[in-house]
Structures are given as structure tokens and as C-alpha cells.
Design a binder for this molecule. Structure first.
Ligand SMILES: NC(=O)c1ccc[n+]([C@@H]2O[C@H](COP(=O)([O-])OP(=O)(O)OC[C@H]3O[C@@H](n4cnc5c(N)ncnc54)[C@H](OP(=O)(O)O)[C@@H]3O)[C@@H](O)[C@H]2O)c1
Length: 398
């Protein structure tokens, strides 16, 4: 038991202090476990792990679903084959800081935060850093305070999509653009964001605008106003047969800052557009030329997996051939690489808290809360897998 005096004196006792005092009531953790490839999530007890150096421990109030979550679940050996099972998936959490590890300077117990969990990353590979549980240890560099007025459900749509967009735009091995600022210096160069209504897309548009660039984008017509509301000057229908020509015409005389390709038709189309533009002929690619939605829609037998793998390889080779012939470079984005460089630190610790406070960066697309509790996460994965348009599937945990 905690000493009554401590309670009366309003002293905040953290879970690690409770452990030091030898008291047994360490918080109970539970997780939505993925016990093996292609299994459904099952909820059960999980270890409660103290944060390590440079980490904070979050009590998760909301989690959101990314395509990566269901891709790993159904993708067999094709995605994240390094994962050790049982594992805990989930990249996006929002909640309250309950413990801080050593050398953490930005956060204190009680802070309301949003964070990108990197437990599935190859060099981390641990369930304790996965999002789909009650308590997650996250890196200080991949977390940000959120405004008092913002709900956890609103904030939780951000992390992986924001990280992926930031990776593409700012990492030196990708587009290497100027970092976003609260007061941006206007530039004449144009960034092409293919797939502006996706979660990654709306974050890329907002970051690019805050870096001073102009943005031209693509989406389905019913999302044109949505995409424009984040600052894109022109939006084109990505399924229109002459969309590449339309973009080439719109970009005539402009200097291109590069492109981010989101959605399976994005990479080839962006290569074709940039081959006709002046400026940075570089495409940062988020989605391979055949999307994993193919697997979601087809029977997931071993034969289908092999067929998908063969298509993936052949379409990648074709993309490489097209890019070489067009003198356009491209590179795949890996959203969690942000954790290893100063871009992540800048975006999460310096830029985001103030950009959210000043409404320069709006968490988007809006959340669709589909359930409550860890037990609701499998259904949330199934809803996301069936396809979403300009919305993020969210589960409330508390
Ligand atoms: N490499 C990485 O590190 C990384 C990280 C995160 C995500 N991703 C990938 O990035 C993609 C987007 O992820 P997300 O979470 O942002 O997805 P999302 O929001 O769930 O994507 C849904 C949106 O995709 C759009 N879309 C579908 N096909 C498209 C196409 N051919 N061209 C342009 N837009 C298209 C739809 O737009 P409309 O409704 O307007 O038709 C829909 O709004 C996924 O393929 C995901 O796997 C990669």
C-alpha cells in the first residue's frame, strides 16, 4: 500500500517508485497479441516494463490503425519477416506519461502525449514497444505533447503517417527539403504529393506548406476540397486516364522540389511526371507498385502469396527500368528510420507541440472511433483492411 501521508500530501508516486518501495501493486498490463503470422489478435496479460534510457512509458488512451498493421498480419513472410512472435503490433498511441526513463528531458509524469511506437522495427523487435497494449515504452524523440483542448482520439491519427511524410520530405537520403517552421518562408518550388487524401498525404501536404513549398496533389474528386483545405493549390483525380498529362501541363514552367508517391499507381506516375519537369527529379515512394490491398482482397493461400511476391518483384523491376530511362531517381520510404536521426527529434520534440498548439498542423484525416478496449482492435484492423477514404480507424482504450 502507498503510505496515506504520501496521498494526503499530494505527492505523485510513479509505478517505478512503487516497485522500489517493494510494493507489489505494479499496474497490470494487457496486450492484443499477434501470436504468430496470419493469426487473429488475442487479448491477454503482458509484462509491465519500465522505460529504458531515453524512453517514456505511456498509458494508452487511444490507438489508431495503419495499413502496416493488417499487412503484417496477413502478409506472411513478405512483410517484416524478422518479427519474433508472439508480438504486439501498433504504431500510433496517445495517452498519459506514467514513467520517464533516465536522461529524458522533455517529458514528465502526467503529460498528455502522442507517440510513434517502433516495437516492430528490425533493430528493436520487442513487444513492449508495440502500441496495441495498455502501457507502451516509446522513444522520447518520437513523442510530442498535445494541447489540452485536443482529445486523444484526435491526436492519435498522427504518428506513423506524420513520420512517413517527414522521412520522405526531410531525410537527406530522400527529398532533403527544408524543415518546417512555425512561420514559413515562401518558396517557389512545387512538391507533388500523389495521394493527398491518404493519412501520409495530408501530413506531407501540411509539412510541405510549413516548409514554404507549393503543393500539387491527387485524390478522388470527392476528396478535392478536403485536400485543398490543407493548402494544396491544385488537385487532380488520380484515376483519370490522362492524369499524368494534366500534371505535366500544370507544372509547366515551375521548378519541382520532388514527389512523394502514395498509393499503388503513384510511383510510376510520379516518375513520368517528373521526367518532364525541371528541378529535383526524385520520387520518395511510400507504396510499392502493387499494394498489399491485393492480398486483402484475395484469398490468402500460399499460392496467392507467391503470386503476389512474383508481381511485386516484376513491377519493381519495371519501375526501375522506367526510372532509369526517364532519368528520375526513386527510393522507398521506411517511416521508422526517423527514430535514428535528427529529423525525428526536430519534428516531434521541437516542431509538432507548437504546430499543434498554433493549429499550423491539424491532426488528419479525422478519426472514426470504431470500438472501445483492446478486444476491439482486431475488428478495427478488419475495417481498415476493407478500405478507408480520408479517415483513420481509431480504438479508444480508456
Ligand atoms: N513506407 C512506409 O514507411 C509507409 C508508412 C506508412 C504508410 N505506407 C503506405 O502508404 C500508403 C498510404 O498509407 P495511409 O495510412 O496514408 O493510407 P490510408 O489513409 O489508409 O489510404 C486510404 C486512401 O488511399 C487513397 N488511394 C487509394 N489508391 C490510391 C492511388 N492509386 N493513388 C492515390 N491515392 C490512393 C484513397 O484516396 P481517395 O479516397 O481519395 O480515393 C484513400 O483515401 C499505404 O500503401 C501504406 O502501406 C508506407
Amino acid at each position: 500500500m502507498i503510505a496515506p501521508d504520501a496521498i494526503n500530501c499530494n505527492v505523485v508516486i510513479t509505478p517505478s517508485e512503487i516497485r522500489i518501495k517493494g510494493v507489489s501493486n505494479v499496474p497490470t498490463n494487457r496486450a492484443a497479441w499477434l501470436s504468430q503470422r496470419k493469426s487473429v489478435l488475442t487479448v491477454g496479460p503482458a509484462p509491465y516494463s519500465a522505460p529504458q534510457k531515453g524512453q517514456i512509458l505511456i498509458k494508452n488512451n487511444a490507438v489508431s490503425i495503419n495499413p502496416l498493421d493488417w499487412i503484417v498480419q496477413i502478409g506472411g513472410d513478405l512483410a517484416y519477416r524478422w518479427l519474433r512472435y508472439p508480438t504486439v503490433l501498433g504504431s500510433d498511441v496517445a495517452g498519459e506519461v506514467v514513467e520517464v526513463g533516465s536522461e529524458v528531458t522533455t517529458f514528465k509524469v502526467g503529460d498528455r502525449v502522442v507517440a510513434h511506437c517502433v516495437g516492430s522495427d528490425k533493430d528493436v523487435n520487442t513487444p513492449k514497444e508495440g502500441g496495441f497494449q495498455s502501457y507502451t515504452a516509446v522513444l522520447e524523440d518520437m513523442a510530442a505533447q498535445i494541447p489540452e483542448s485536443m482529445t486523444y482520439e484526435e491526436a492519435v491519427v498522427l504518428p506513423l503517417a506524420l513520420s512517413t511524410a517527414a522521412c520522405a520530405l526531410y531525410q537527406k537520403d530522400l527529398l532533403g527539403l527544408e524543415l518546417p517552421e512555425l512561420t514559413s518562408h515562401k518558396r517557389s518550388e512545387v512538391l507533388l504529393v500523389w495521394g493527398g487524401s491518404t493519412s501520409v498525404g495530408v501530413n506531407a501536404i501540411q509539412l510541405a506548406i510549413a516548409s514554404g513549398y507549393q503543393v500539387v496533389s491527387t485524390a478522388s474528386p470527392h476528396n478535392f476540397d478536403f485536400v485543398r483545405s490543407f493548402g494544396a493549390k491544385l488537385v487532380f483525380d488520380y484515376s483519370s486516364p490522362d492524369v499524368v498529362e494534366q500534371l505535366i501541363n500544370a507544372l509547366k514552367g515551375k521548378t519541382i522540389a520532388g514527389a512523394i508517391a502514395i498509393g499503388e499507381t503513384g510511383a510510376r506516375s510520379c516518375v513520368k511526371v517528373l521526367s518532364e519537369c525541371k528541378g529535383n527529379k526524385f520520387v520518395a515512394v511510400a507504396t510499392p507498385p502493387i499494394s498489399f490491398s491485393y492480398l486483402a482482397k484475395n484469398e490468402k493461400s500460399q499460392i496467392q502469396l507467391l503470386k503476389f511476391a512474383a508481381l511485386l518483384i516484376s513491377k519493381n523491376i519495371a519501375l526501375g527500368v522506367l526510372a532509369t530511362a526517364s532519368r528520375v531517381k526513386f527510393k522507398y520510404i521506411f517511416g521508422t528510420t526517423l527514430k535514428n536521426n535528427g529529423v525525428g527529434r526536430y519534428i516531434y520534440r521541437q516542431y509538432l507541440p507548437r504546430a499543434l498548439e498554433e493549429k499550423i498542423h491539424i491532426p488528419a484525416p479525422p478519426p472514426r472511433v470504431v470500438g472501445h478496449g483492446l478486444e476491439a482492435i482486431q475488428e478495427a484492423l478488419d475495417i481498415a483492411k476493407a478500405g478507408v477514404s480520408a479517415e483513420k480507424i481509431v480504438v479508444r482504450l480508456d
